[in-house]
Design a protein. Structure first.
Length: 558
């Protein structure tokens, strides 16, 4: 049964794994992959500490192993070809990276089973594993090259070791393992530091108190050593690390607490856990499991409740993002499984009803995950637009586009132009851009691309600020740059910053193509209520949607 559950979980996490490729529509995936693959050129110094380092090292090693296997089986005729593929067609590279996340998600199912066996029994462990295997949010996020699913695995492994250590008492090796896994969890994602709370409480339950302090000391020492060994440059560059961590806090937390006060996002997460995760009945069963006194003892309270509650209170102060719920999901599955198996034991009639109800629940949840996977496989609107542009727009044209829109490849002369504008010379560009410029032949199709936005740190892009179209400027800012086509992305809510440009296009350009994510039979008055699905947002997959991506409009200047 466990093997079947693991195969089910892995299958759900692999279906649609190649969505969008060779184009990557989740910008976080690009940033993470860039940082991981650049480690060899940077002497394994991440040079950025918005996240700790363990996942980057693991991803680098995983991609290195994949490169070796791909070379042996003939996917690439050389390692240089593997490197070139990142700039030309990174399909295999991102498939491998996403596969690592899928494997971590499947390993979390196994770890949840082991934890269920440890704190409850075999049946409860199997039910918990089955629930986690089909949870739509866990399935969805296992498709991304991101930290949350690997961090969840480390959190569950640390709790598994903790459950064993509490029952073992003053066994030094057990507490060293707990500490080491806690350090590795924090080295995967900073927010895993809340694992320290159940570890500290669990250690203090050891008797006599002198042994409790000793076990806690061993665990703390092991945690520090494990963290330092797997995120060493963070400790070697404390000023940069502090700067990046503060910047991350400002982005993730301060903009919420300053506007809404403490715990300003708690309502979002309490709603998102049962609704956006597709786990309404499972979340309700988990609450029942947490409230049934007969389900809880010293070990279960420490292992199953302390971290989820502390972590939920923490993310209640973060900018709303359902991916932060991942570390809680295994505990939701465990508590729900405990409630299911408890109810099953009440009477024969209740047992039969419980089995039927649980089967229907798992079937419905699995079907929701399959629908989600199938939706991922649909061609993104941005890919459709790119295909149209590749057929209809000559490569000599200049195209204006918004960031994170249609993935237009910048031509070599255009890249040199942008690097020169920002750096004074393309020769001053980083190794990444030098390698990109050295591609021979340079990949096609490509165009001179101008970006619509306020600009930023991107030295490879020339920006036109949308504010330049205010005050009756019309399309002059684009005409001055010889722009011939404009690609706009639209959502169900208008973007006020792009309104002047939209008005100017209505007067001085022709709309030549439109690509919509909505089904053709959806009434127009309903579209305003349905947000397009984007892989880096929390928009739900509404039945009105046919495919991922925003509405794309292509305009040709007269």
């Amino acid at each position: 049964m466990l093997a079947g559950i693991l195969l089910l979980g892995l299958g759900l996490r692999l279906i649609g794994l190649g969505y969008g490729l060779p184009h990557v529509y989740n910008p976080d995936e690009i940033a993470i992959m860039n940082r991981a693959l650049a480690l060899s050129n940077n002497h394994f110094n991440p040079q950025n500490f918005l996240y700790p380092s363990l996942y980057f090292y693991a991803l680098f090693a995983w991609e290195g192993g994949f490169a070796v296997i791909a070379r042996v089986v003939g996917l690439f005729d050389s390692f240089a070809a593997f490197e070139r593929s990142y700039f030309v067609d990174p399909t295999w590279i991102f498939l491998a990276g996403r596969a690592l996340t899928a494997v971590c998600g499947t390993a979390t199912i196994w770890a949840t089973w082991r934890l269920g066996v440890r704190v409850f029994d075999r049946t409860t462990g199997l039910v918990a594993a089955l629930l986690l295997a089909v949870l739509p949010l866990a399935v969805r996020d296992a498709h991304y090259v991101k930290h949350d699913v690997p961090a969840t695995l480390m959190v569950v492994l640390a709790h598994l070791a903790l459950a064993r250590a509490i029952t073992a008492g003053a066994a030094r090796v057990s507490w060293i393992i707990v500490g080491a896994l806690t350090g590795l969890a924090v080295s995967t994602h900073y927010y895993a530091v809340f694992v320290a709370l159940p570890v500290a409480i669990g250690a203090l339950t050891v008797r006599p108190p002198r042994d409790a302090v000793r076990m806690l000391t061993w665990a703390a020492a092991a945690a520090v050593i494990a963290f330092a060994a797997t995120s060493p440059f963070l400790l070697l560059h404390p000023d940069l690390a502090r700067q990046d961590i503060i910047a991350n806090r400002q982005i993730v937390m301060d903009r919420v607490t300053s506007a809404r006060g403490p715990f300003g996002s708690l309502g979002f997460y309490l709603h998102a856990l049962p609704s956006l995760s597709g786990a309404g009945p499972i979340a309700e069963l988990a609450l029942l499991g947490a409230l049934l006194p007969r389900l809880l003892n010293r070990v279960r309270v420490v292992v199953l409740l302390v971290f989820p509650i502390a972590f939920l209170l923490f993310i209640a102060n973060t900018f709303p993002a359902t991916r932060y719920l991942n570390p809680i999901l295994p505990f939701v599955a465990l508590l729900a499984a405990g409630a299911i198996t408890y109810v099953q034991q009440l009477s024969r009639t209740v047992s039969i009803a419980g089995i039927v109800g649980a089967a229907l629940l798992v079937g419905f949840t699995a079907f929701t995950s399959i629908e989600q996977d199938v939706f991922f496989r649909q061609t993104d609107t941005r890919t459709l637009a790119l295909d149209w542009i590749s057929r209809e727009v000559p490569q000599t044209a200049t195209i204006a586009v918004q960031p994170y829109s249609v993935p237009l490849r910048m031509s070599k002369p255009a890249l040199v132009e942008a690097l020169t504008a920002h750096l004074g010379s393309a020769d001053r560009a980083t190794i990444k851009f030098q390698k990109q410029l050295a591609l021979d032949p340079y990949p096609a199709p490509s165009w001179r691309v101008i970006y619509l936005g306020a600009g930023g740190l991107d030295v490879d892009r020339i920006y036109v600020d949308p504010a330049a179209f205010q005050g009756g400027a019309g399309l002059a800012p684009l005409r001055n740059l010889a722009v011939e086509y404009v690609v706009l992305k639209k959502y169900n809510e208008p973007d006020a910053s792009m309104t002047p440009l939209g008005a100017a296009l209505e007067r001085g350009a022709r709309r030549v193509a439109v690509f919509s994510p909505y089904r053709a039979d959806v009434p127009g008055d309903r579209l305003a209520a349905v947000a397009p699905f984007l892989h880096n947002t929390d928009a739900r997959i509404d039945p009105a949607l046919e495919r991922p991506g925003p509405t794309i409009e292509i305009w040709k200047l007269d």
